[in-house]
Design a protein. Sequence first.
Length: 277
Amino acid sequence: MPELPEVETVCLALSKILNNSRVKNIEIFRRDLRWNLKENLETSLKEKILKKPFRRGKYILIPTSKEHLLLIHLGMSGTIKIISGEYNLSKHDHVKINIETEENKYFSIVYNDPRRFGYVDFFNINKIENHFLLKKLGVEPFENGFSVLYLKKRISKKSQCVKNFIMDQNIIAGIGNIYASEILYRAKINPLRAVNNLNEKQLKSIIDATKFVLKKSINVGGTTIRNHIQPDGKLGYFAQKLQVYGKNKHNCNKCNNLITLININNRSTYFCSNCQK
């Protein structure tokens, strides 16, 4: 699943063509994604002016000049392709938004999703706080509100393991399975540790590790695992820098101990049993 760095990479790529760009038309080839696309999506979006996109958790949000937002959720396997010139539809292309920039250049934004777990929506910006996909999202990792005090309040008496805690989108928005393993490795915390047993120093180490790992991944275009590629077709290179994820047959880079693979909530979890306590 595309996580925060991959979605941020898509936003950065879209920002290069979306700045007062006009929607010429939108083509929908399949409506039955995770939720059925609205019947009026084509007419609602046509001729709208698209502004620079931003990210909330794992969601791409594109403002328009008419106080509306276009939301794109990549789901488990979705990708965005930015196309200039002629384009032949590929398998699993579900939505194609054709735009014209202020410089009179023409592009297509194509949403491709083999597993169809994503979504595209268009709604009034006043409803953003109550949108069913956004209203319960937790703090953004790069916001000042992501603090030890915030985590302590959210932990309360929770006894769940720390990996499940940091992956809870209602607590921290944007962290998925890949980066959870990488963050906890850098923070030197065992993913099975009960979150209510962590002290302030350990919580601070999770915050610092989260910001470091996510920023580093954004800088190299995200991680290419299975389906995800960047909008320009290039691969993300953070996969080459992963320390533990997918490394269960490798030695720890710090202590040479074999990386351990376990299953937590039906998700592969990688860690060093020697470095992470």
